[in-house]
Design a protein around this ligand. Structure first.
Ligand code: NIG
Ligand code: FE
Length: 421
């Protein structure tokens, strides 16, 4: 089979390249290539350009033509830079309790919440967990998400965290999406640990982090900084040690109370995620840093909480990515495009800002430079929406799903074929 392919013509191709990493974006800045073609070699993009010009240039002995006969808008494969899709069980009862007036933190304090999921996840075998994680990743892939960050954090002991991270790696082999694992052993002080938060984090630094780094189970460390979880001071000590080992840092920050984003900026974290409770000062500090702010509208919708002040952060000059936070507690929906569209209406975001937030800015939140745009040298991860106008996509709030999903140069999902089968 020929490794080189020319795909097109594509009615509008939004390459999302050469846009600034930080600050507000206007739709007039969007790089829109009309009647475009994508030339691939193996898993990488060689060139994009006018389809007719590329067609005349190629040698048909070497390049396979894949002609598209309908109108499509192409976007880079979406990147979900914050999920917890490796979990067992359901927290439907938390949903009912919240809607009867109990808060997320009250439910956590009375033994529900994250600890409930830890109990259920510990009961599952590693291979069952891998299977369920891969099936959620496949669901995201069909919606156009080609790279997915997946956190541990429902194990909360050395062995159970290793089980989770190993399952994420097994799931990565089962799904055609790319999974990137993050160690969230610092999600909560587990009820069965004999000692306080400081002792727990110290234990994890000594017994867990060196192993997972050496075994290649994760390169990223996350911590939940919150009244019900870990303090700023505890987090600083933990993250410094994680950084010394070599980990990249990300933080669950300012979800209910301010504080976490300050630690994230101090630690030069790749991202500070949540930010629903960030103060003006927090946002300013973040905007003046290279740490990417990640909005998680799925958690705001799930909990009935305010949205991340995305507009403010962008207007102050900050960088914004948008992720689903798919988890059984605060964000069980797991539909990134729907959530990002809803965030856009409440926060008054341009389409360019939303598309940037789920492509190249999300790639940067994961420290990736070879994904998130459709450009020469990048991985050939792109999606084709069945429309001739990019503005239809957010307008339909997630209801227009990609017709085709391409990952590393291969068509990994075709909605028409799915409908027939
Ligand atoms: O990002 N805030 C902490 N962690 C997750 C929720 C996890 C859960 O409730 O199971 C979040 O919202
Ligand atoms: Fe989260």
């Amino acid at each position: 089979m020929k490794d080189k392919k020319l795909i097109g013509p594509i009615t509008q191709l939004l390459s999302m390249d050469q846009l600034p990493m930080k600050g507000a974006l206007k739709d007039s800045q969007l790089p829109i290539h009309k009647h475009a073609g994508i030339l691939l070699d193996g898993d990488k993009i060689v060139e994009i350009g006018d389809f007719e010009i590329l067609r005349k240039k190629i040698d048909l002995q070497e390049v396979r033509r894949i002609d598209l006969s309908e109108n499509y808008v192409a976007l880079p494969g979406m990147i979900d830079c914050h999920t917890h899709i490796c979990f067992a069980g359901s927290r439907a009862k938390d949903f009912a309790l919240r809607n009867s007036g109990k808060s997320y933190l009250e439910i956590a304090e009375s033994g529900g919440g994250i600890w409930d999921t830890v109990t259920q996840t510990r009961k599952m075998t590693g291979s069952e967990l891998a299977k369920i994680t891969a099936s959620r990743a496949d669901q995201l892939l069909e919606n156009g998400i080609t790279t997915i960050e997946v956190k541990s954090g429902y194990g909360l002991s050395v062995l159970e965290e290793i089980k989770m991270l190993t399952s994420i790696h097994q799931a990565n082999r089962k799904t055609k999406a790319d999974l990137i694992s993050t160690c969230l052993a610092a999600h909560l002080l587990p009820k069965d640990f004999e000692g306080d938060e400081t002792a727990y984090l110290d234990w994890m630094v000594q017994k867990l982090l060196p192993i997972i780094y050496k075994e290649g189970l994760s390169k990223r460390v996350d911590i939940f900084i919150e009244k019900s979880a870990f303090s700023k001071e505890q987090a600083l000590v933990y993250l410094k040690k994680a950084k010394e080992i070599g980990f990249q840092i990300t933080v669950h920050a300012d979800q209910f109370t301010s504080g976490g984003s300050e630690v994230a900026v101090k630690m030069q974290a790749l991202s500070a995620d949540h930010l629903e409770a960030s103060s003006e000062e927090d946002l300013k500090r973040l905007a003046n840093s290279d740490t990417i702010g990640v909005a998680l509208p799925g958690a705001s919708i799930g909990l009935g909480c305010p949205f991340t002040p995305a507009r403010k952060l962008l207007d102050m000059g900050g960088s914004l990515a948008i992720a689903s936070d798919w988890n059984p507690g605060s964000a069980p929906m797991g539909d990134l495009l729907t959530q990002a569209s809803i965030l856009a209406t409440f926060e008054k975001l341009s389409t360019a800002e939303v598309f940037a937030g789920i492509t190249f800015r999300a790639a940067a939140a994961l420290g990736l430079t070879n994904k998130g745009t459709i450009a020469a040298g990048q991985f050939a991860d792109f999606i084709l929406f069945p429309t001739s106008d990019y503005q239809e996509i957010l307008y339909h709030q997630g209801n227009i799903k990609p017709a085709q999903v391409w990952k590393s140069g291969l068509k990994v999902f075709d909605r028409k074929k799915k409908m027939k089968s």
